[in-house]
Ligand binder design. Structure first.
Ligand code: PMP
Length: 356
């Protein structure tokens, strides 16, 4: 039986993506070849890369606005250093919002390149909220934020307005909600949540911000070189890019980000309503910052854990335990998760209440 997969990433993808990917491994485009054995320079794969890059910009509403989409390797973690390498001036400085473990990992890398100003941090509260009311230094080379904090389950509801370039790690909520994406100069996201399997990272760049920081950048870390090579500077992660294209096509067919946002809101409302109603549970994150992608919650009485754990496993749920730094539970409800799976979890929570 197919599980209800609440894993934080790699995670659930649409069933049709699994099926089409499996078919392409056996025979890609009726070519008599597997997607795993074709050249990345073949006409059929160049078409995949071109369509994937164009579809990203189309779905984000960034077509014709001076942006380029790249499918790189190295995970979102490599972007933690590619961003300062490409944007921080020699003797310059960057501003970062410290809203979670991943934001803090990005800050650590930026410090290798120069002065890194932390404009605000919720670390003291174990990142249970998104800091607000901070100011961004106007003389920084860029401002970096994390739109969704996968581990604690908080999400930025407002993106600050500033005159300096804005860089955002959207690894765990890209393509999940409507935003004015033109407010960002760089958006990056590991594929393995809302876009595809692990192995590629999407980077969306406003081209005009590059080439201004006076650094010599090694080729593989230079966004401009990747753009010039149309995301084929070296062999790209062929299969993850293909599976990402299938997911992007699925999203477009569904009605794009506007349509999935409605579904994501309904899923989150269903689960958070139960967390708030059910006397056995409480939410972990500050209510106003709750993530629509990763809902974190705790049992009021940890002694109920063995019975609850047995019940959700019995119901075919997988991947529910929280990150070790938060404890409790984390229900990751990425784009591909149907609301029916959320209802299964809510039913188990209600059954637990009845059984106690
Ligand atoms: N940023 C965020 C918000 C994440 O959730 C993750 C991984 N879960 C990362 C960065 C790191 O991504 P990767 O493993 O692709 O380097």
């Amino acid at each position: 039986m197919k599980k209800h997969n609440y894993s934080a990433g790699p995670c659930i993808l649409p069933q049709e993506v699994f099926e089409k990917s499996a078919q392409a491994i056996l025979d890609f485009n009726n070519s008599g070849l597997s997607i795993l054995e074709i050249s990345h320079r073949s006409k059929d794969f160049v078409a995949v890369m071109d369509e994937a890059r164009a579809l990203v910009l189309e779905l984000l509403g960034l077509e014709g606005k001076g942006y380029q989409a790249l499918f790189l390797a190295g995970g979102a973690s490599l972007e933690f250093l590619m961003v300062p390498y490409n944007l921080m001036k020699v003797n310059g400085k960057a501003a970062y919002l410290d809203s979670g473990t991943w934001a803090s990992a990005a800050i650590k890398e930026a410090k290798y390149f120069g002065e890194t100003v932390v404009v605000a941090s919720s670390k003291e509260q174990n990142y249970n909220n998104v800091p607000k009311g901070y100011s961004i230094p106007a003389d920084a080379d860029y401002f970096h934020c994390t739109s969704n904090n996968t581990i604690f389950g908080t999400q930025m509801k407002e993106i600050p307005t500033t005159n300096i370039p804005v860089v955002c790690d959207m690894s765990s909520d890209i393509f999940s909600r409507q935003l004015d994406f033109s407010k960002f100069d760089i958006i990056y996201a590991g594929a393995q949540k809302n876009m595809g399997p692990a192995g590629t990272t999407l980077v969306v760049i406003k081209e005009e911000i590059l080439g201004k920081n006076g650094r010599e950048i090694p080729s593989m870390l230079d966004y401009a070189k990747h753009i010039k090579a149309e995301s084929m500077y070296n062999t790209p992660p062929v299969f993850p890019v293909y599976a990402s294209l299938l997911t992007l096509q699925w999203l477009k067919k569904l009605g794009g980000i506007a349509a999935i946002e409605k579904i994501n809101n309904a899923k989150a409302e269903l689960l958070y309503n139960e967390i708030d109603r059910n006397p056995l549970f409480k939410g972990a994150a500050a209510v106003e910052d709750r993530s629509n992608m990763n809902a974190t919650f705790l049992l009021n009485n940890p002694e109920h854990a063995p019975i609850f754990d047995a019940m959700w496993k019995e119901a075919g749920i997988s991947g529910l335990p929280g990150h070790r730094s938060v404890g409790g539970y984390r229900a990751s409800m990425y784009n591909a998760m149907p609301i029916e799976s959320v209802q299964v979890l809510v039913d188990v929570m209600q059954a637990l209440e009845k059984s106690i």
